[in-house]
Design a protein around this ligand. Structure first.
Ligand code: AMP
Ligand code: FES
Ligand code: ZN
Ligand code: ZN
Length: 276
């Protein structure tokens, strides 16, 4: 199989690209987002997985300065190898890695009515934002890829809640609401491309699935969409549009002062901590 650009050996079939052209394709996209938002102080959320490893590597290769954050969710048999992978990545890139351990380990959230993965998502977003805000980072970058965005959009539509504001590739900082900006530089890159990128660059990655993600809707949606590439592309285009078009009202959480959309004015993170 030949690279569509240079006829060298392709390392991926869709699109057919060699190591060099896959690398420039991913890095060009990352550069595009960085030039668009021009972060002054960037924090990259690294999970130990391939997406955020590829993101950090691409940023470093592009000459962007950043620090990294690993959130230790306290999941037995999973968090510690993920943390090790994140530490090896930081060492390889010569970057600074911060670690935060939220007060409630994620497995303890399992008893609640909502799926644990969705509560875990709340905790991760809260910790990323608060850490960034308190430490003067104007943007947090995550490794969300095209497949993630398409799957989350499909779930949103299926549940009648298509306007998911967490999906746009860029959300600008809103200092008055104690909100750092968020960027998803790999938003237009597929999971297969990222996996190939991580492999050809030999990035330290913990490949296992989270043990709590059994019956995870997002994983199921991803599997379904993997057989429908055209539909998947349409969904992620729709996500970009939705992210641009809507903004929900934000209030200040009465307990922690960080933003919330809840009319009760107690953010979900504080509610979860309170129900412990
Ligand atoms: P996920 O929520 O697992 O789909 O991950 C999406 C993105 O969130 C990853 O690519 C990372 O950038 C970030 N992320 C996920 N888990 C963690 C973690 N434990 N610590 C820091 N960042 C994370
Ligand atoms: Fe959050 Fe598995 S990483 S539930
Ligand atoms: Zn090539
Ligand atoms: Zn709060």
């Amino acid at each position: 199989m030949k690279c569509r650009v240079c006829a060298g050996n392709a390392v991926i079939s869709e699109p057919r690209l060699c190591r060099e052209h896959l690398t420039s394709h991913v890095q060009k996209e990352v550069r595009r987002i960085i030039r668009w938002v021009k972060p002054e102080k960037l924090l990259v959320a690294v999970s130990g997985g391939k997406d955020s490893a590829a993101l950090a590597h691409a940023l470093a290769e592009t000459g962007v300065q950043f620090e990294m954050l690993y959130i230790d969710l306290g999941i037995d048999g999973y968090s510690s190898p993920s943390k090790e992978a994140a530490a090896r990545l930081a060492k390889r890139l010569g970057g600074r890695l911060h670690t935060v351990r939220p007060p409630t380990p994620v497995p303890e959230l399992k008893q609640r009515k909502e799926p644990v993965c969705s509560l875990c998502g709340t905790v991760k977003r809260y910790v990323m934002n608060r850490f960034a805000f308190e430490n003067g980072f104007d943007y947090v970058a995550t490794g969300h890829n095209m497949d993630d965005v398409a799957a989350i959009t499909a779930i949103g539509i299926a549940s009648g809640n298509a306007f998911n504001f967490k999906l746009s590739p860029v959300s600008w900082p809103r200092k008055e609401h104690r909100m750092a900006g968020r960027i998803k530089p790999l938003y237009r890159i597929s999971e297969k491309e990222i996996l190939a990128y991580a492999l050809v660059h030999g990035l330290p990655v913990h490949h296992a699935e989270c043990p709590l993600s059994e019956n995870n809707t997002q994983l199921a949606a991803k599997q379904l969409l993997s057989g429908l590439p055209g539909f998947k592309r349409g969904l992620y285009r729709l996500a970009a549009k939705m992210g641009r078009e809507g903004k929900r009202e934000l209030f200040e959480c009465r307990e922690c002062s960080y933003p919330t959309t809840a009319s009760s004015r107690i953010c979900k993170f504080c509610r979860l901590s309170r129900e412990r």
